[in-house]
Design a protein around this ligand. Sequence first.
Ligand SMILES: NC(=O)c1ccc[n+]([C@@H]2O[C@H](COP(=O)([O-])OP(=O)(O)OC[C@H]3O[C@@H](n4cnc5c(N)ncnc54)[C@H](OP(=O)(O)O)[C@@H]3O)[C@@H](O)[C@H]2O)c1
Length: 285
Amino acid sequence: MKKLLFQLDTDPHPAVFDTVVGFDGGADHVVGYGGCTPKNVRPLVEGAIFTRAPKEKKNTALFVGGSDMAAGETLLGAVQKVFFADFRVSVMLDSNGSNTTAAAAVTRLIQSGDVKGKKAVVLAGTGPVGRRAAVMLALEGAKVTITSREQSKGEQACREMKERFKVDVAAVGAATNDERAAAIDGASVVVATGMGGVTLLDEAQWKDHKTLKLIADANATPPLGIGGADMMDRGKDRHGKIVWGAIGFGTLKLAVHRACVAKLFERNDQILDAEEIFTLAKTMA
Ligand SMILES: NC(=O)c1ccc[n+]([C@@H]2O[C@H](COP(=O)([O-])OP(=O)(O)OC[C@H]3O[C@@H](n4cnc5c(N)ncnc54)[C@H](OP(=O)(O)O)[C@@H]3O)[C@@H](O)[C@H]2O)c1
């Protein structure tokens, strides 16, 4: 029986990245649909759940992606509403690589040092990767703050994280590198999750930082999110801090994404979102 993965993407075009990893994760066919919304997704999900016998349903799986985390979460909810009894298939949510990227970054950080009870700041934490990194750090017991150029946007992201994951994350409005430098005062952990090609913090703003121990930067498009870091850093000591760059932890991210796709085809009743993907990443590191 062929393993079929259907990409339900909230953007107009299904992400090529997710198609490639779908094949690399073990799907025999990956079929992508763009522009998916709660209103138009029902027939696609019905096609997945009504076509194979109970024992064979595990060979069909769904992947929810796209650049908008909130839209992805809403679409996942709409997909699950179509399921009933054993008429269901396994689903993974990874809008913009949110869960797999954050899971790999936070896993590398907690391997490198202590985050429990420590102040962790996720710079530009309103995007898909930042939100999930904030949630995973909070689940590990860190006191998490996200920054946004707009205080109200940050607060909205925190409300959505609280609603979905019951975690308390604070928001700070910080539109400049100087304001972000002020936001990391007293922090032990900094994770940069800004848009590619935007430097959020200059090297001079963190190199002599007294409490900072762990840094991760998700941005792999120069200039990097953290000045003075390198995208290849794999737990490298820089100015007495342990630094993980986007490619440095990206190997684990890709491995986790592939492993999740493989896992989808083990059973027909799994939902792979932040908690499950983070748990898997920790076992793989
Ligand atoms: N290493 C990997 O394996 C991997 C995988 C996936 C993604 N990534 C990278 O991870 C990063 C985060 O991804 P994402 O999809 O979550 O990012 P995103 O949604 O594109 O951007 C995240 C946040 O960056 C802020 N931002 C945008 N333009 C800015 C500017 N000019 N100055 C300052 N802040 C700005 C915005 O926050 P506010 O509007 O709230 O300020 C936005 O919500 C990206 O660099 C992406 O390329 C890495």
